[in-house]
Design a protein around this ligand. Structure first.
Ligand code: HEC
Ligand code: HEC
Length: 268
């Protein structure tokens, strides 16, 4: 039995290196956790929650723009938290699917009268996003993938991007997160991103992002996490908020439909 297990593992490793996955994993595994963070985790504190409350919560309550209104002056948290798990979501005005980060920018521009909304990669936009996801903890992920042709097209496109082999090593998201799922290489497990794939349990990733990445000592959004995977797999990096990225976010989020939001996660 033992030998058989070893042979299976050997087979899996050969398969993984054939995919060119090995090198990408070792790059991930090489990152260290800072001393300060280690001390915080030992006390049971998720620094991402501190960031959500202290940076995001503060911005949510700060009046901004020509209107001099805060997010809180228009939105009750009780109502708003019900919407969080429905993003990325179709927006009628734009006739497009938008991410929650883009919805925040829209409100800044149209409802607060802010001339230059916080960029998607800014700490401020990430903080507001993290705060919304944090107050929505306990609610369910529930994105729509088919109620109109635009939504359906985004979903199909996201699935296409997920399955598309790209870059020097000819890898797709699917190669690692589905076909190679379950393999453990240098302490990093390859997980399906939804509930399960072929009987292998997944992480329902969208429910715990944005996450506090211990190896980077900061909160990272799910689109930034996608970019880090793209970089490690030598794929061309898609821009945050691009149609491709939002479609990919919609697809990956749909895999977690029904999962309970628990954010920000504490991730490696
Ligand atoms: C002047 C009032 C006003 C302010 C200020 C405001 N919003 Fe909004 N917000 C709205 C309106 C109106 C909508 C559209 C409601 C709808 O689509 O049902 C909206 C929609 C939203 C949605 C989408 C809700 C859904 O059901 O899909 C989110 C999320 C949101 N706002 C977050 C914010 C954040 C974060 C801020 C601060 C940066 C903010 N809003 C500031 C009025 C405001
Ligand atoms: C070379 C293999 C590889 C490829 C290709 C790859 N990833 Fe990853 N990915 C990983 C590893 C390793 C992790 C870290 C382990 C983990 O958190 O599950 C990870 C983590 C993630 C996570 C966080 C999972 C969680 O539960 O927190 C997401 C989301 C993700 N990847 C999305 C993608 C997307 C989208 C693509 C395609 C653009 C992609 N990955 C391509 C290896 C890969």
């Amino acid at each position: 039995m033992k030998l058989k297990g070893k042979l299976l593992l050997f087979g899996a490793l050969v398969l993984a290196s054939a995919f060119g996955i090995n090198k990408a994993i070792s790059q991930e595994a090489g990152q260290a956790i800072s001393e300060e963070d280690l001390a915080l985790y030992k006390t049971g504190i998720n620094p991402g929650e501190v960031f959500a409350q202290e940076v995001g919560g503060k911005l949510f309550n700060t009046p901004m723009g020509k209107s001099n209104k805060s997010c809180a002056s228009c939105h009750s948290e009780e109502k708003l938290k019900k919407a969080v798990g429905t993003y990325p979501k179709y927006n009628e005005k734009l006739n497009a699917v938008i991410s929650l980060q883009q919805r925040i920018q829209m409100c800044q521009k149209l409802n607060q009268g802010v001339e230059n909304p916080f960029p998607l990669k800014s700490e401020e936009n990430t903080a507001l996003l993290t705060y919304l996801k944090y107050i929505a903890s306990g609610e369910k992920i529930n994105v729509d993938t088919s109620s109109n042709p635009v939504v359906k097209a985004y979903y199909d496109y996201g699935k296409y991007v997920f399955e598309l082999k790209r870059g020097k090593r000819n890898l797709s998201c699917q190669a690692c997160h589905e076909y190679a799922a379950g393999l453990v290489l240098r302490m990093q497990k390859l997980n399906p991103l939804g509930h399960e794939f072929n009987g292998i349990k997944g992480t329902t990733a969208a429910a715990h992002w944005p996450g506090y990445r211990m190896t980077q000592s900061k909160v990272v959004t799910i689109e930034q996490r996608f970019q880090q995977c793209m970089s490690q797999a030598s794929m061309k990096i898609l821009p945050l908020g691009s149609k491709e990225m939002v479609a990919l976010e919609l697809y990956v989020t749909s895999l977690a439909n029904g999962a309970t939001i628990e954010a920000p996660g504490l991730v490696r």
